[in-house]
Write a protein that binds this ligand. Structure first.
Ligand code: SF4
Ligand code: SF4
Length: 447
């Protein structure tokens, strides 16, 4: 039977799929997702083979774009074992439409990666997201195994295998109390030691209520189902302004050396907003096209809202595209814009921020309106700080030039020189700084 796609369905959407549900071999202290086991008491937490087939068929047939992403996440998805992923590739081959290109991504803690996994990832061009929180001490503060020991060595072993097989990877780094004051150090570790070209920073904001805070502060000895409620945060959470300072610290290093070489997601997304594009739900006006699929086939509004109130239905009963196009999910996406407090509506950086993710909107504005983002102060710091360089890079893009050109400006200004002297200098001309070198070997090149 041919599929009828609802007229209000998005042409593409993003599903984070959790084949092991919340099950993981680590016990990261800040992990909100481990508690989601409570949603499925008695479950084996393994996606069944027939459901795997249903998922892939529905995903491929309901996309109306040439590229489709299959995104595995957890819990720890590698606990499913390699055969599960091999079967997923077979189903893709079976259901792929002519001309459709499938991109594979997997988010992993890296501890299970060995020769076999790395060879498989390479063979199918997986983009592997590896969770690392910085150098050993910072990483091991919260990313611990079930025995409470740091996981740094195991993760680095996984990273070695990725390198050995030439697998493409990006680093997902959560920002929290243990690394928030070390932005440049964390960034240099990823760039210089892990040789990564792609980095995502994710702020840890662990919400709690008066009742759950004591348990949370003990490190969730028992984990009650984590829900987006409460206006308190744990002491592991990143401070709002500290998050802004962390990003600025990284930016100051990046903008001088690595533009065009290292892709830091939030910098890319911010530059996008300066040229009128919104590439990440968090900073887009609306959301609702980034959902989460549990191991049972239950589809939730978002990875951060795997909670009973945000369950849309099960893809065994209803095609995922109908659930995605449902009034409930469309309204979820519109709420992001419709619930903004006046303070955000009048904000000079709203075009880049759009109030951030609704999950973090639990503080009050200075005049007492609820619904302001906990990270607002940090966002304001960061977006104001990068205003001038973003404007310059946006202008370079509009002029069909590489944003990396901005590094020359920083090189000149950092040496206390006047940029006007450098206008119209040819690459082989003497550098106007008086060094005697050619411009291309002096201020005309990136550091
Ligand atoms: S709730 Fe937040 S993370 Fe989820 S889709 Fe909306 S903006 Fe994105
Ligand atoms: S920076 Fe703050 S006030 Fe401005 S849009 Fe973002 S959350 Fe709202």
């Amino acid at each position: 039977m041919s599929l009828t796609i609802p007229t209000n369905a998005p042409p593409a959407y993003h599903l984070l799929v959790k084949p092991t549900g919340a099950v993981c071999n680590l016990d990261c202290k800040y992990c909100f997702f481990l508690s989601k086991e409570a949603l499925y008491p008695g479950s084996r937490f393994r996606m069944a083979d027939d459901l795997l087939e249903i998922y892939i068929r529905q995903l491929l047939e309901s996309h109306r774009t040439p590229e489709v992403t299959i995104a595995w996440q957890g819990g720890e998805p590698t606990l499913m074992g390699l055969d599960f992923f091999r079967r997923s590739i077979e189903y893709v081959e079976q259901y792929k439409k002519p001309g459709q290109r499938v991109v594979y991504t997997i988010q992993t803690n890296g501890t299970k990666i060995d020769d076999e996994w790395a060879a498989f990832f390479k063979a199918y061009d997986f983009l592997v997201g590896l969770s690392v929180d910085g150098p050993r001490e910072m990483h091991d503060t919260y990313r611990v195994n079930k025995g409470g020991e740091g996981s740094f060595d195991q993760v680095m072993r996984g990273w070695e295998y990725l390198k050995k097989y030439g697998v493409e990877y990006n680093i997902l780094c959560t920002v929290h109390a243990a690394n928030q004051d070390h932005g440049a150090e964390v960034y240099r570790f990823f760039r210089d030691e892990l040789k990564t070209q792609f980095i995502q920073f994710i702020p840890i904001v662990e919400r709690a209520t008066e009742e759950t805070l004591p348990l949370a502060l003990e490190g969730w000895r028992e984990r009650p189902l984590y829900q987006q409620t409460g206006d308190l945060v744990t002491n592991r959470s990143v401070g709002s302004e500290a998050y802004g300072r962390f990003l600025i610290d990284v930016f100051e290093e990046w903008v001088r050396r690595d533009v065009g070489e290292v892709y830091v997601q939030i910098f890319d997304v911010t530059l996008g907003s300066w040229v009128g594009q919104h590439n990440l739900c968090i900073f887009a006006p609306t959301c609702g096209n980034a959902l989460a699929l549990e191991h049972t086939g239950d589809l939730y509004a978002c990875d951060h809202y795997v909670e009973p109130d945000y369950l849309l239905g099960n893809i065994r009963d209803t095609h995922m595209i109908e659930l995605i196009a449902s009034d409930k999910q469309r309204q979820f996406g519109r709420d992001k814009a419709e619930t903004l407090p006046q303070y955000c509506l009048e904000c000079d950086v709203r075009f880049a921020c759009h109030g951030g993710c609704p999950r973090n909107r639990f503080i009050h504005t200075p005049d007492g309106e609820p619904g302001l983002n906990y990270l607002c102060a940090g966002y304001k710091l960061f977006f104001h700080h990068v205003e001038r360089p973003m404007r310059i890079m946006a202008n370079l893009l509009r002029a069909n030039q590489a944003p990396a050109e901005i590094m020359k400006l920083y090189a000149v200004e950092d040496d206390g020189l006047d940029i006007k002297q450098f206008a119209n200098v040819g690459r082989n001309d003497p550098c106007p700084c008086g060094s005697g070198k050619k411009f291309k070997h002096c201020h005309g090149r990136a550091r």
